[in-house]
Design a binder for this molecule. Structure first.
Ligand code: TRH
Length: 377
């Protein structure tokens, strides 16, 4: 009989919470033969990632996953063999009672936020709180041995390789999005929160020797893009040119297409958690807009990742990369950071590929979860 898994997701904001849990749920169902229910409190946010969702339904099957609306009052359901609360969300009390009533306690995990900080290694797998006799454990995604790893579907890197080695596939994909880059143009995707550093970067791109085609999926950064362009009301499909820079607004695409977009670009600006990981699987230099936290604790996370990622780079390339990221996350001088970065473009491109392969040689997060469960029973 299939093991049953319940994954609980509250959509705090944006798309990361649902982005991560939806990806995990799909992978558990498709690759590990698990019976997965994904409980989501906001189907409208989910619809952005999975347009096939019917927001009116209480339960529906999507891509092998039973998607359930998580609403109050809670309807009683038997607890699953494995219970995952994503990002410290509080489970319904009645559901916890159902967990406690099982003959064999479920494996209960809190799937935490991704971080490259060292303390993650020590905390991954430790016991957290208890409800009656049911113990919860921490499960930390991460980049280092001793963490839960990163979400990575089977065959993902092979798919990417086949795609980038097939210029026709790239051309057709971009064309499907209405993108026709001019010859020799650098392609950059831009997914970020509001960012004061943007104007400086766009100034540098507009006056660069090499043309740039900047692809901006509809989202929070668009208001800053419009301000720099001096226009309003841009919608998907809009294209504006300033000097050497063509800016094109894209629709928000399904996750698989977003991967292809990242694979198609020379640089990717990403944010939050899931797009940040996907850009690493794209094997291209990335610019991370980290999710802001109180007291600037996010800057420690940024530095922790930089510390890992830049290992093996020459001193100038490391300084250029770090300068670029810090400028982006602290409203610094993106124009000069970008110029310095370009002096190290080749080395950084090779490094991104190397990092991708190195991370890709580690066990992926879904496999690590399944292994944990198999050791548990
Ligand atoms: O949207 P995010 O900023 O999400 C989060 C949340 O804010 C969360 O509360 C916070 O804790 C976390 O960041 C750190 O960024 P993220 O994680 O990259 O999620 C975006 C999702 O959207 C990801 O799954 C990729 C997907 N996506 C598409 O599917 N199509 C698109 O066109 C784009 C631009 C993104």
């Amino acid at each position: 009989m299939k093991a049953t898994w319940d994954i609980f997701c509250t959509v705090v904001d944006n798309f990361g919470d649902i982005g991560v849990t939806w990806r995990l749920a799909r992978q558990l169902a498709a690759e590990h033969d698990c019976a997965v229910r994904l409980w989501v409190d906001d189907l409208r946010a989910f619809e952005h990632l999975c347009p096939a969702i019917d927001v009116g339904l209480e339960r529906q099957s999507q891509r092998g996953v039973e998607v359930c609306r998580w609403s109050a009052p809670w309807s009683l359901v038997p607890a699953a063999d494995v219970v995952i609360g994503a990002f410290a969300c509080a489970l319904p009390h009645e559901y916890m009672e159902a967990m406690a009533q099982r003959d064999k306690a479920p494996l209960w995990l809190n799937l935490d936020y991704l971080s490259a900080e060292d303390w993650i290694v020590g905390c991954h797998g430790l016991p957290s709180v208890k409800f009656k006799q049911v113990q919860k454990f921490f499960f930390f995604p991460g980049f280092q041995v001793g963490t839960g790893g990163l979400l990575r579907e089977a065959g993902l890197l092979e798919q990417r390789r086949a795609f980038v080695q097939d210029p026709r596939a790239r051309f057709d994909f971009l064309r499907g999005l209405g993108v026709e880059p001019t010859d020799g143009a650098r392609l950059i995707s831009l997914f970020a929160y509001e960012n004061e550093g943007l104007a400086g970067w766009l100034d540098a791109l507009a006056t660069d020797i090499r043309p740039t085609h900047l692809l901006v999926p509809v989202g929070r950064i668009l208001a800053d893009v419009q301000r720099w362009l001096g226009v309003e009301g841009l919608v998907a499909g809009a294209r504006e040119v300033r000097g050497q820079l063509a800016v094109q607004v894209l629709p928000f695409v399904p996750q698989e297409d977003y991967d292809r977009l990242l694979w198609s670009c020379d640089f990717n600006a990403v944010r939050g958690e899931d797009s940040f990981v996907r850009a690493q699987w794209a094997g291209r230099p990335l610019l991370w807009h980290i999710y802001r936290q109180e007291d600037d604790v996010h800057l420690d996370k940024l530095e922790a990742f930089l510390g890992l990622y830049t290992q093996g780079l020459s001193a100038p390339a490391k300084a250029a990369f770090e300068g670029w990221w810090r400028a982006w996350n602290t409203a610094g001088d993106m124009a000069s950071a970008w110029k310095t970065l370009l002096e190290n473009e080749r080395e950084l491109a090779e490094h991104a590929e190397r990092w991708c392969l190195e991370q890709g040689s580690r066990p992926d997060l879904a496999t690590a979860l399944v292994k944990l469960y198999l050791n548990w029973i």
